[in-house]
Design a protein around this ligand. Structure first.
Ligand code: IPM
Ligand code: MG
Length: 377
């Protein structure tokens, strides 16, 4: 298998975590005889500072001609003209739009080794295995917005077609898992949510084998902490999905652990869920596992290399089971944290030791841990 992958390291800890992701990708390529060509280009704040654009033309051109794109993180930038800080997130939003990836898939499963590292009680988080399916190209992120005469506005708009296609994606994913979709909305208040609920219900009729219910977002935020094991697939809009996926990260113990895939267009876009974390950038302490697990999602969804994806996940689990963790995963009295680079090295070492046969069916796939496999998107 040959693959061309565009790496967009971006801001803050983005370059550090992508370096480790790259080592893991190269290692799996070597072990299994695949040739992955990696190209790098700028995005986010650094791109804005250098080229006046958080998604420069060169990056756009490359993004549409590779097989997959992996983003590190985007953050704030300093505007050279007046030294003010500007938000460079637009680069990422434009990239998602350029690639037409409307379905953002964020699996949240708690490995046994991390059950004690969550701030929540072990009995609450043990066995959690859910996927947030977030609509990525609509809603308040892309609706009309502005500031006029001291009034700021951002408008939430959804078409039936947009809701239908993300609902279909969620039900397809649920079919390969525990067959349960919970659609999250605010239908007691918002018109856009009333439509969301109606369309999600309509789509559910095409999936009689999948259990379906709707839940209000405030209740869902509470249920995610109270009884997270009840969830299999959470189907939700752009804004609620953004917030709930950060919340769900607490179940795993750290936002640094979560990978994501954005699909729906021709070219898959993969990114760790975490942000640029400028407060810890450059210190070599960031957790690269979210980026490394995003590589696993890429192997699975873009390249259909299920065994390789499972091998990466299995290697990550082995490293965690051996008790290693970056600073964000530390618990009082636990072993000393390892650096970003050491964590990458440990995963590469574990990969070398992992027999692919044993890795089959390992946890953390978009498909559930019960062994269901495949490329659902
Ligand atoms: C995420 C991030 C982005 C989002 C930001 C950086 C634009 O928070 O991917 O969750 O809100 O989608
Ligand atoms: Mg977010």
């Amino acid at each position: 298998m040959d693959g061309r992958i565009l790496f967009l390291p971006g801001d803050g800890i983005g370059p550090e975590v992508l370096l480790e992701a790259r080592r893991v990708l190269e290692a799996i390529g070597e072990i299994r005889g695949h040739r992955f060509e990696v190209i790098e280009a700028p995005i986010g704040g650094r791109a804005l500072e250098r080229f006046g654009d958080p998604l420069p033309d060169e990056t756009r051109a490359l993004a549409v001609e590779v097989d997959a794109v992996l983003v590190g993180a985007v953050g704030l930038a300093v505007r050279p003209a007046d030294g003010t800080q500007v938000d460079a997130s637009r680069g990422l939003l434009d990239l998602r739009q350029l690639l037409g990836n409307h379905a953002n898939i964020r699996p949240v499963s708690v490995p046994a080794a991390l059950v004690d590292r969550s701030p929540l009680r072990p009995d609450r988080v043990r066995g959690v295995d859910l996927v947030v399916v977030r609509e990525l190209l609509g809603g308040i992120y892309f609706g009309p917005g502005g500031i006029e005469d001291g009034v700021a506005f951002d408008i939430e708009m959804y078409t039936e077609a947009e809701i239908r296609r993300i609902s279909v994606a969620a039900f397809e994913i649920a079919r390969a898992r525990r067959k349960k979709v919970t659609s999250v909305d605010k239908a007691n208040v918002l018109e856009s949510s009333i439509l969301w609920r109606r369309v999600a219900e309509e789509v559910s009729r095409d999936y009689p084998d999948v259990e379906f219910s709707s839940m209000l977002v405030d209740n869902c935020a509470m249920q995610l902490i109270h009884n997270p094991r009840q969830f299999d697939v959470l189907l939700t809009n752009n804004m609620f999905g953004d917030i709930l996926s950060d919340e769900a990260a607490v179940l795993v113990g750290s936002l640094g652990m979560l990978p994501s895939a954005s699909v729906g267009g021709d070219i898959g876009l993969y990114e760790p869920v975490h942000g640029a974390a400028p407060d810890i950038a450059g210190q070599g302490i960031a957790n690269p596992l979210g980026a490394i697990l995003s590589v696993a999602m890429m192997l699975e969804l873009t390249f259909a290399l299920q065994e390789e994806a499972n091998a990466v996940r299995y290697a990550v689990n082995r490293v965690l089971e051996d008790g290693h963790g970056t600073a964000d995963l530390q618990v009082d009295g636990g072993p000393a944290p390892v650096s970003t680079a050491r964590m990458g090295e440990l995963v590469v070492d574990a990969l070398g030791r992992v027999g692919l046969a044993r890795a089959r069916g390992s946890a953390g796939s978009v498909a559930a841990t019960n062994g269901a496999g495949g490329n659902q998107c």
